[in-house]
Each structure stands twice: as structure tokens, then as C-alpha cells.
Write a protein that binds this ligand. Structure first.
Ligand code: AMP
Ligand code: ZN
Length: 511
């Protein structure tokens, strides 16, 4: 089986991954906080991890994969004493926090589906599943803010797991960390004592002093906190949080979990105390993942993941991270409104390595759209409905799988696809091989080809007006009057037809 190579933030090197269990990889992906819709930046990350998951399965490994939805405990600016993101929306809209979370989970899964992102268990997302998942969401049955899982047997739903469903598991881990002497309790919270974990800043490369400096500005509301970098495992429902809407009973009183503990709880429950890959954005390195590693060490005596893998950011033209707060980001809705398919955006993300920042631009997205269209057109030229399945062109497949296994090198993978579709190989073999490659890229190539072909109109079925324009254009081209021919092309486009010049002459497609 081909080895997978990934850039491990722990060592800052691209390394070969030796799975803990032979031929099986266990991966945890930090997922969205569900207080807002995902934006193009988040989607970049989601596409990268989808391609990684598809690659792992493609290479022949079994994959156990979990991705979470954060619906409690994540504070604005990743602070310990900030305002809970989901609750803050709930208050602003006078809604139940779980209803806020549900509406975004529904929306996000809908957008993932459009982007051809699979469920973590490798199945396709369906509308029915989304409804089921929402219907079984956690419930506050007594109306007192204590939410219980809506379906305790199905908290891992196709690999999606949500924090509020796993508060019991989180309390268990905090208890373990306490019992092993890595945490302490104050009147306000339970903290992880970072001075007890010598490896605390390895992931970020910071020193503990630098780390303390970084959190200096955070409001210090608890004078009993021992070290500025100590972080919250459990927050008590007191002081600033006396009327926190969601809360649970615990050995440290009524309260709610800190943000980081959910990932340690869900990863250890569904993957193991030690698993192969943990992912997230580079923005998670310094706080969230650093703290997750500490929790794992406190509870189990070792790191959670062997590989910590991070995607670089989608940025704007000035190199600033695209984020909701800076308003320099687009949502899928905006992108579709400009006439792009969600798959154009998917393709666009694949043109860059996940280890490099990517500057979003409409021109770039235009280029991606044109490239994707050129692949579909090339395949459409050779496509026949009942193509015989063909043979796999091993040389292409080999080059392709080498690329994706090498730290998810999607730009090279796309180059292989482009080379394949214009090659002089047997058409059936090209189609068969493109389908194979698409298992990883997820561009829905064959379906796109069929859609493209079904939009192509038989010349005989056209209205007299369109027929007339096409005849004029043919005449203009025969006379080498290309200005006129272009003018007619534009006119056809304004009335809804794209002209395509093929070796057999011109055809049109409905736009
Ligand atoms: P958030 O909802 O902001 O916590 O982000 C959810 C996930 O998306 C995290 O893993 C972030 O690292 C990632 N993310 C947020 N903004 C961007 C961006 N501009 N580019 C790439 N990934 C991002
Ligand atoms: Zn996480």
C-alpha cells in the first residue's frame, strides 16, 4: 500500500505516516462553530480535509474519521472569558441556542453537499440525513437549560459529532485530568495547569513566556488563576456566566465545558486515546490544538495524535485572513449569485497547496471555472452514453496517486487530469481513468459531462432567430470577418446561447 506523506506541524516536516493500526487510519477534523454560515475560507479547509479523507480511502486504507460541530463553549476571539458564540446569537435573536446551532448545521451540511464534500464516514450527504440529524438534536426536555442527547445511540452520525451531545464524556475527561493532578479548581472555573506539561508549547514553537504574553490582554477575571496561560476546562455558572443558558451538573458544580475539551472527549471516544491525524486551520496551532495536546497528556499520559496537520488560510488581496469579522470574505451564496458553480470553487481550492496561503480573487475563480469547463468539454467530446467502462491507464493513475499521497499535492493531480483528457489514448480508457481520479478530486466529472451534453441543443430544434444568427455567423467566419462573428456570438449569448466551435462546425448550448 502506498505511504501517505503529510506535513506534520509537530516536526515542521513532511513525513511518511505509519498508521497505528495496520492499513487503518484514524483522523479527527476540527469542525465549524455553528453560530454562522461557513464562508469561503472555512470551505477551503473543508475541501482540503475531504480530499485528504478521499485520498486515504483511495490508497486502500480503512478510515475512521470524526468531524465535530461546536455548539457550546467556543468564545469570541478564542478567549476563556469571552462571550459564547452560539449563545450570543441566541440572545440577539431571542432563540434557543440549539435552534441557532441546528439552523447552521442544516445550512452547512447543505453547502457541503453542493461542494461534493462527503460525510466523514465516506457516504454522500443526503437531504434526508440532514433532516434526521436535525430531528435528533439535543433537547432541553425540562426547560431548565440542561440539554440531553436527542438520540443517545446515534451521537456519532455518519462521523459528525456535536459538542452538546458529549458533555458527559467531557466531564469524564476533566475528572481524569483532575485526578492526575494536572488541573485545579477556583471559585470560577477548573483550569489546566500548563506548568505541569513540559511539552506545552512544542506545537506552536513559542516559549511559555511568549505564550503568557500572548494571553496578557485577555480579561483577567479570576484572581485565583495560577498562570496566565492556564486555560479553562470547566466554567462554573457564576459571576459573568451566572445566567449562561446551557449548563450541566458536574463534580465542580453547575456550569459548562471550556472549548478545547470537546475535541479531546470526542476524539478519544470514537477514535482512541491515540490516533493518527488531527487537523485544523493554522489559526488553531497556538491555542486550541496546543490546549488539546495538554488535555490529552493530562488525561492519558501522551499526545492524542501522531500527526497534527494544518491548512493555511484563504486570504484577501492584501494577505489578510478572510474572516467574518473583517468582512473580507464571501459566502457560497455570493459565489453562486455571480454564476459560479460550487464545483468551480472546489476546483479553485484544488489549484493551490493547502500548506500555502491562497489569495481569493474573482479572476482566479474565473480561471478555475474555465479550466474545469475545458476538462468537461474534452471529456464530452469523447463521451458516449454506453461507453464500455474501458481500462485503467495505469501510468496516469500512478502519477496521480503519487501526487495526492505526497502531502495532498492537488495542483499536480489536476495537471495529470488535464494531460489525461487531451491525450490520444482510447476514449473509453480516458473516461474510465478520469472517473477513477475523480474518486479523490470529487469534481463529479461524469455527471458534469452528462449535464453539459444534455444542455447542448440540436441545431434543428432552434428557433428561426437563432438559426438565422448561426447562419450569419458561419458566413462571417467563412469570410474571415471575425469581428462580425464575435459580435454575433455576443448577441447569441445575450439571448441565452453559448456558441461552441467544434471540428464538425458550430453548435450551441443553452446557458
Ligand atoms: P471558525 O468557524 O472561524 O472557528 O473556523 C472553522 C474552521 O475554518 C477552522 O478550522 C479554521 O481554521 C478554518 N478557517 C477559518 N477561516 C479560514 C480561512 N480564512 N481560510 C482557511 N481556513 C479558515
Ligand atoms: Zn477542535
Amino acid at each position: 500500500m502506498k505511504k501517505l506523506k503529510l506535513k506534520n506541524t509537530l516536526t515542521r516536516k513532511v513525513e511518511s505516516l505509519d498508521p497505528i493500526e495496520e492499513e487503518k487510519i484514524k483522523m479527527y477534523n476540527c469542525g465549524p462553530t455553528v453560530y454562522w454560515n461557513v464562508h469561503a475560507g472555512n470551505l477551503r479547509a473543508d475541501v482540503v480535509w475531504d480530499v485528504l479523507a478521499r485520498t486515504i480511502r483511495y490508497l486502500g486504507y480503512d478510515l475512521d474519521r470524526i468531524m465535530n460541530f461546536t455548539d457550546v463553549g467556543h468564545m469570541f476571539h478564542d478567549e476563556d472569558f469571552g462571550e459564547d458564540k452560539v449563545e450570543s446569537r441566541a440572545r440577539a435573536e431571542d432563540k434557543d441556542p440549539i435552534d441557532i446551532a441546528n439552523s447552521y448545521i442544516e445550512q452547512i451540511l447543505g453547502e457541503f453537499k453542493k461542494m461534493n464534500i462527503l460525510n466523514p464516514d465516506g457516504t454522500e450527504i443526503t437531504a434526508e440525513q440532514i433532516n434526521t440529524y436535525i430531528a435528533q438534536s439535543p433537547k432541553d426536555t425540562n426547560g431548565d437549560g440542561v440539554y440531553k442527547p436527542g438520540n443517545s445511540d446515534n451521537k456519532n452520525f455518519h462521523g459528525w459529532t456535536r459538542a452538546v451531545d458529549h458533555v458527559e464524556e467531557m466531564i469524564e475527561i476533566v475528572r481524569k485530568i483532575m485526578n492526575k493532578g494536572f488541573a485545579y479548581e477556583t471559585g470560577q472555573a477548573v483550569y489546566f495547569d500548563v506548568t505541569k506539561y513540559p511539552d506545552y508549547t512544542t506545537l506552536s514553537g513559542q516559549s511559555l513566556n511568549e505564550k503568557a504574553e500572548a494571553v496578557r490582554d485577555e480579561v483577567q477575571v479570576d484572581s485565583q488563576k495560577k498562570h496566565p496561560a492556564d486555560f479553562v476546562l470547566w466554567m462554573k455558572r457564576t459571576g459573568k456566566y451566572a445566567d449562561h443558558i446551557m449548563h450541566w451538573n458536574s463534580p465542580w458544580g453547575d456550569g459548562f465545558p471550556g472549548w478545547h475539551i470537546e475535541c479531546t472527549a470526542m476524539a478519544s471516544t470514537y477514535l482512541d486515546e491515540r490516533f493518527d491525524i488531527h487537523t485544523g486551520g493554522v489559526d488553531h496551532i497556538g491555542v486550541h490544538h496546543t490546549n488539546e495536546r495538554a488535555q490529552n497528556f493530562g488525561a492519558f499520559g501522551h499526545d492524542g495524535a501522531n500527526f497534527w496537520v494544518h491548512n493555511e488560510m484563504l486570504v484577501d488581496k492584501e494577505g489578510e485572513k478572510a474572516s467574518k469579522s473583517k468582512k473580507n470574505v464571501y459566502f457560497l451564496e455570493d459565489i453562486e449569485a455571480k454564476g459560479f458553480s460550487p464545483l468551480d470553487l472546489r476546483y479553485y481550492f484544488l489549484t493551490a497547496s493547502y500548506t500555502k496561503p491562497m489569495a481569493f480573487s474573482w479572476e482566479g475563480l474565473d480561471g478555475a471555472k474555465a479550466s474545469r469547463a475545458s476538462i468537461i468539454k474534452s471529456l464530452a467530446d469523447i463521451y458516449v452514453e454506453d461507453y464500455d467502462g474501458g481500462d485503467m491507464l495505469e501510468a496516469y493513475v500512478e502519477e496521480f496517486s503519487d501526487a495526492v499521497a505526497d502531502n495532498i499535492n492537488t495542483p499536480t493531480a489536476l495537471a495529470v487530469l488535464h494531460k489525461l483528457v487531451v491525450s490520444s489514448e482510447d476514449p473509453s480508457d480516458i473516461l474510465r481513468t478520469a472517473e477513477e481520479i475523480d474518486r479523490v478530486l470529487g469534481l463529479d466529472l461524469i455527471k458534469s459531462v452528462k449535464d453539459y451534453k444534455s444542455n447542448q441543443v440540436e441545431i434543428d430544434d432552434l428557433s428561426d432567430e437563432v438559426q438565422g444568427l448561426l447562419n450569419d455567423r458561419l458566413q462571417a467566419r467563412n469570410e474571415k470577418n471575425f469581428d462580425k462573428s464575435d459580435e454575433i456570438r455576443d448577441k447569441l449569448s445575450t439571448i441565452g446561447y453559448e456558441v461552441i466551435d467544434t471540428e464538425e462546425g458550430q453548435t450551441v448550448k443553452k446557458l
